[in-house]
Every structure is written in structure tokens, then in C-alpha cells.
Design a protein around this ligand. Sequence first.
Ligand SMILES: Nc1ncnc2c1ncn2[C@@H]1O[C@H](COP(=O)(O)OP(=O)(O)OP(=O)(O)O)[C@@H](O)[C@H]1O
Length: 217
Amino acid sequence: MSAISPLACENLSAVYNSRVIFHSLTLALKPGVFALRGPNGIGKSTALRLLAGAQRPATGQIRIDGIDLLASPETAKRQLSYVPDICPVYPFMTGEEFLRFVAAAKQTTLDDTVRTLIDTFGLTDILRTRFDAMSFGTQKKIMLCAAWIGAPRVILLDEPGNGLDGPARDYLARLFRQPDQERVILFSTHDDALASASDAVTIEMQSLFRHSEPATT
Ligand SMILES: Nc1ncnc2c1ncn2[C@@H]1O[C@H](COP(=O)(O)OP(=O)(O)OP(=O)(O)O)[C@@H](O)[C@H]1O
């Protein structure tokens, strides 16, 4: 196993319109599955957006598999997948087109792992449907399948159980339980059942702030 932490950050801070949401957020995760927990407004979604490179931190450093995400975003993002809670909609694409688009962007193909995910989520027939004709939960399942494309070392999921039916949530928990010696999965959730069924290590958001209390709403 590589000694480099797949996901690490130091002194991250997030500021919206000069309001500090948090600062000094620091972590270094070994491979495993981690549930990011904390009250509404503490900054879980914001932290995941920063770690995914979808939003620039006001200060701090992020390393994906040892690569500086802010200095070398394209290289770092090859080892990273991120599924936000509200997924961006690709109205004119079918599910299959979207998955192939992501695979092409990652210079790979849809491997057996992804095909198994598609099959188990029951998506095979609906892959020919356009996004704008899919339910929220179906869109979410396709985005989750996309997260596994290219076997990234870091998968960041914001409330991955939201919108999923019971069997799909159970499957997600089973998927999280599969040991992977190389990968970090970090997901935020308010769903106690998903957190415990997935055997995830709980990370309280509060514990990541080194020097001060975060702002909450
Ligand atoms: N785009 C934005 N502009 C201004 N403020 C924002 C923005 N996004 C989030 N915030 C604020 O940042 C704080 C943290 O929000 P965030 O969504 O990261 O929290 P959270 O822990 O994920 O909350 P929840 O559990 O409700 O999903 C909140 O006070 C929120 O109002």
C-alpha cells in the first residue's frame, strides 16, 4: 500500500461574501470509508466542494494522492470523483452518453465495476433516457455510477443517500463496506442508518478545525 495519504488538506478556510464559514480545516486520511457528520450549516458541503476543487479555498492546501490540487488541478482530478447533493443536470444527454462522456474525460472506459453498479442500481434500461426525463433519484444513481469510473483514489459524496430508494441505499452501504486498500471514500450524511450500515469511520466536522470554532447557522 502506498504511504501517501490519498486525501489530505491543511489550514483550509472557506469564506462567502467576507463571512468566514470555517478556517484551519486540516485532515489526512488513510484509505477507508469515512462519514462526515455535523449539524446543518457547519460547512460539510462546503468542505467537500473545496476538497473536490469545485470551489477555491480562501487559504490552505489540498493534496490528492500527494498532488497539489490547487497547483495541478488537472493531474490531481484524475484521481478524484465528486458527487454533489444536487447534481448538475445534463438535460440533453442520455445516461449512457453521460457515463461515456465522463469515461472519455478520464481517458478510460466503463469497466466491470461500473457495469456492475449500473446493473445493481437497475439502470440498464433507463440509460437510454435523457437526464431531463429522469427522476431525481435516478439521476443521483447515475452520478454515483460515474463516481467509480476510472477507479479514482478519492471519492467525495455529498449526501449520497438523498433521493435513493431503500434497496439502492442498502446497496450503497454494501458497496462502501467492500474493503479497498487504496481508496478514500468520504461522504457527508445526516442518515444514521447509512452511516452505520456502511461501517464508515465517523468524522465529526467540528474535530477538523484546529484553532477555532466554525461559524454555524
Ligand atoms: N454559495 C453560498 N453563498 C453564501 N453562503 C453560503 C453558500 N453556500 C453555503 N453557504 C453558507 O455556508 C455555511 C455552510 O453551508 P454548508 O452547506 O457547507 O453546510 P452543511 O454542513 O453542508 O449543511 P447541511 O447539513 O444543512 O447540508 C452555511 O451558513 C451556508 O448558509
